[in-house]
Design a protein around this ligand. Sequence first.
Ligand code: ADP
Ligand code: MG
Length: 449
Amino acid sequence: MEITPDLQPKARRLLLLLNPCGGRGNALQQCHTHILPIITEADISYNLVQTERANHARELVQTINLEEWDGIVVISGDGLLFEVINGLMERPDWEDAIKMPIGILPCGSGNALAGAINYNAGFEQAMGSELLLNCILLLCRGTVMPMDLVSVTTCSGTRSFSFLSVAWGFISDVDIESEKYRHMGSARFTVGTMVRVASLRTYRGRLSYLPVLDAHRPICRSITLSPNGSLAPLQRSQLHRTISDMGLCEERNIMFERSTAVLDTGELPSFETSPSPGSPTALHTSQFTFDSVPNALSEPDRMLPNDVGCPTHSHVNGPKDDLLPPLDQPLPKSWVTVEGDFVLVLGIYQSHLGADLFTAPFSYFDDGLIHLFFVKAGISRTALVRLFLAMEKGTHIGMECPYLVHVPVRAFRLEPLTKKGILTVDGERVEYGPIQAQVHQRLGNLITG
Ligand code: ADP
Ligand code: MG
């Protein structure tokens, strides 16, 4: 048989989008000194486009021919990737378009996704050019994995698709207020954190969420936990709190037993399937038996098809938010609501919130979960600083800080009651007011190497 040109392996074709203003503004220089030499060596063919303004990339990806590319890679921070994802979702053929593998080479100040990719590949946590180099090598290898995207609806009815986070309070304040220290690169967040700690404030709000439970499974009236092996007191109380916070069971109905464990993989999927390299929490290292009394839900979690979503969506494309009633309508009874004063609320769906912020160690790209964290008012400045310092290594989870709560959820709604504040989606500011979100498992594809 003759080897004709169409039988030869084709070079991968990548569309590289570079934000010359990202981070310290040296993305183009990084590109010429580090990126292009290596990917040329790897036989990747590419087209490099520099963005000229905000939303340029968003518009550009709406016009490209999908057939011509094997991937779209942003050379910037997380903000430009947000544009690419939303541009793809705005296309009439969004269902195909969003399957385009997307990648990131970290040249911004917020490099959370790059941090998650680096961690997933088994590299040590890294920053700056070390992180960039790791990500270039992973891009060359080119493995693609499915990635969850979260549909976020703000008060005007605008819907966008998010890959990283929704933040309110301390974290969004730091992110936006530190824009003025942009020249410092990622150090801007450290400085911003210190400034915010000094003038610590709290926000009043109502946070509701749909805990991780299969909509058609019963919830438990009581849970007996039988750790496989001994459980340190610290782990025990952490677990206790997490289970009651998840709304799986009331706290007084949780009992611990020291007997042999029988693994029931049915009830807490997020715990048993999470990878746990170096993770300090009991939730991944022990197995548990669930002695549950079925208690059928009186109301279905999923909305009926003709009762779905916000009627005023500007984003008409995309999968239906079948877990969310419109923002101005009440939530199903199976949701849990917490009302009070918060220092911060964070919904995160990647392991990292920044290259050196290992915020959700148990999170992975397609776990179908939003990891909802909140810090309640009353925490001291010292304790808050300690939490953020511990976050570099991901050890904040095991610190047993009574003000910090973590709940894995499928959807949440946040209604700020404090009049002024900052909300961010993937680190970009959005309109302030009620906001809600639902995860769409494996909607996108990420180049993880
Ligand atoms: P950083 O991590 O430093 O914030 P990002 O990639 O997140 O870097 O980009 C920050 C913002 O810059 C994003 O909101 C993006 O839309 C915007 N942007 C993209 N291209 C340009 C450009 N050429 N000029 C100005 N802003 C841009
Ligand atoms: Mg950004």
